[in-house]
Write a protein that binds this ligand. Structure first.
Ligand SMILES: [Cu+2]
Length: 123
């Protein structure tokens, strides 16, 4: 192998290693409003999820369901126009009960992550 070829091979290996290292940082849920597992007295008008990475708007969704599995979000789940790491949706007027937020996102590093959590409204 010529020196030039060996250098090219080393550079390729370094590039792959760097790509793998940065890919380790998927979009994980950083924080949410209402907070994960929280009980709130005032029914929220909206659910907001902040992630550790920017999201691909076309492939990032969330929905909110009540204890009976009915959708209580306003079907407008979207990535915020100003903050690419914020996923949000409006909510129908909520009564007392336990609600589940389910999300699935594609981050800009092309990895899909998903999860869910609950919050409770106690009026
Ligand atoms: Cu990743």
């Amino acid at each position: 192998m010529s020196l030039r070829r060996r250098l090219a091979a080393v550079l390729t290996a370094v590039t792959l290693a760097l790509a793998t290292a940065s890919a380790g940082a998927h979009a994980f849920l950083d924080r949410a409003e209402p907070r994960v597992g929280s009980a709130v007295r005032t029914p929220p008008a909206e659910v907001k999820l902040w992630f550790t990475q920017k999201l691909e708007p076309a492939f990032s969704t969330l929905q909110v369901t009540d204890a009976g599995g009915n959708r209580v979000d306003t079907h407008d789940g979207r990535v915020d126009a100003a903050d690419g790491a914020l996923l949000r949706t409006g909510l129908l007027p909520l009564g007392s009960g336990r609600y589940t937020v389910t999300w699935r996102v594609l981050s800009v590093d092309t990895h899909v992550t998903s999860g869910d959590f609950t919050f409770t409204v106690k009026r």
